[in-house]
Design a protein around this ligand. Structure first.
Ligand SMILES: Cc1ncc(COP(=O)(O)O)c(C=O)c1O
Length: 408
């Protein structure tokens, strides 16, 4: 008996041959379930795997996308008497699945067109996972800003959607004409992320309005990842939350980036569409069920002190930006960039002959400095993500300076 396994058109065929001298060759073919139905799971998240490898082992990190995380002590020192009482008397029970009503009331103050009941509290990454699972079906077409935080397209891909990338032009700008030509009859959703990870780019208020008008005419949903909102270097550049101005829009916000509290694992989705809110809550029963009780109170304290926290973070970013600009000017034969407009990250090009992944590996091996190469974004240009939100930025940059001196 011989058998071979043959794969064609996503089906596995197992073929058995039986051949003896006095019996005719017998052939049996079994067709198994379609591979895509049974075996295709989501691809590994390259950026997160890269961080998992180095975040707690490399002495210096130069690619973080959060702002210098606040300590619990610093945060609790900001609490007023009422918030402090909520913290001290907190019972570690299950919580409201939609999110603590007091917290949702506080979050809703960041918006003008949605209220506490239009919000669901969850972990930010969970918000992407649930939204895309609830809104996208196999065969749908999805447009996404690119390069992108991988889950923004990978989840849609795993569901069986086709993806088109909306990429910045050579000047680093996201051009609307290039977005509009990507649309098809089957386009279900446009995923945008401004301020943008990893470039720090944004669009104008008028451009956002034009995207919404375009989507409205074609009945396209807009999922807007606004994790870096409120960190615009000039507050005049702040875009409206899509959930405030578009009835088929959904916004993702959270504490991880702008509020320097990634360890809370707390964010939220906001939308005017009540049926989406219900579907998201129903889906969430299969992920985390309800938010973590301590994180909800800590997030409440942070939101009640938002001006102080946002100003602190913007101060760190802006002072690091000055240091980075001087560094890039000094190394203008190696680095080329479009200056970011918002958020704690930027994505300069590295004009080196060497393979970029090898460069980053050598850098972490020799200088203990972790730098994120563009390959983790599946982006073919030689770029690295530089994080501007950390207090030891200058020290970490010195390590890169030393390496480049040895390198040249
Ligand atoms: C654009 C974007 N959206 C969502 C997330 C997920 O946030 P969190 O890690 O807090 O779940 C990130 C994290 O880096 C991000 O950069």
């Amino acid at each position: 008996m011989y058998s071979i396994i043959y794969i064609m058109s996503s089906y596995i065929y197992i073929i058995f041959f039986k051949s003896t001298s006095n019996v005719k060759t017998r052939l049996c073919i079994f067709r198994c379930n379609k591979i895509t139905d049974t075996y295709m799971k989501i691809q590994p998240f390259k950026l997160e795997r890269y961080f998992a490898k180095y975040e707690f082992s490399a002495p210096y990190l130069l690619s973080c996308s959060d702002c210098e995380p606040l300590s619990q002590q610093e945060l609790l020192a900001m609490a007023n008497i009422e918030s402090k009482k909520l913290w001290d008397e907190l019972v570690l029970s299950y919580t409201h699945s939609q999110g603590n009503p007091i917290l949702r009331e506080e979050i809703s103050k960041l918006y003008t067109g949605i209220e506490a009941d239009d919000l669901v509290v969850l972990a930010p990454e969970e918000g992407i996972f649930i939204t895309l699972n609830v809104l996208i079906n196999k065969g749908d077409h999805v447009i996404t800003t690119f390069p992108a935080y991988q889950s923004l397209y990978e989840i849609a891909k795993s569901i069986g959607a086709s993806i088109s990338n909306w990429e910045p032009n050579t000047k680093g700008n996201f051009d609307l004409e290039e977005l509009f030509i990507l649309a098809k009859d089957s386009t279900k959703i446009i995923i945008i992320n401004f301020p943008h990870n990893p470039t720090g780019e944004t669009i104008s208020k008028e451009q956002l309005q034009q995207i919404i008008e375009f989507a409205r005419k074609r009945d396209i949903i807009i999922f807007s990842d606004e994790m870096y909102r409120l960190l615009e270097y000039d507050s005049a550049d702040r875009l409206a939350a899509v959930s405030d101005i578009y009835d088929k829009g959904i916004s993702l916000g959270g504490m991880s980036k702008s509020f320097a509290l990634p360890g809370l694992r707390l964010g939220w989705l906001g939308t005017q569409n009540k049926s989406w809110i219900n579907k998201i809550i129903e889906f969430k029963d299969y992920t985390t069920i309800c938010p973590p009780a301590p994180s909800e109170i800590l997030a409440l304290i942070a939101l009640r002190n938002k001006e102080q926290i946002l100003n602190r973070n913007l101060r760190i970013i802006k002072s690091n930006l000055v240091i980075l600009e001087a560094f890039i000017n000094r190394h203008s034969t190696i680095f080329k960039w479009n200056k970011p407009k918002a958020g704690p990250i930027t994505f300069p090009e590295l004009m080196i002959q060497q393979d970029l992944d090898k460069f980053c590996k050598d850098l972490v091996d020799k200088k203990g400095l972790m730098l994120l190469p563009s390959s983790v974004y599946d982006y073919p240009h030689k770029k690295v993500r530089i994080g501007l939100g950390r207090k030891n930025f200058e020290k970490a940059l010195t390590k890169l300076d030393e390496y480049l001196t040895d390198f040249s």
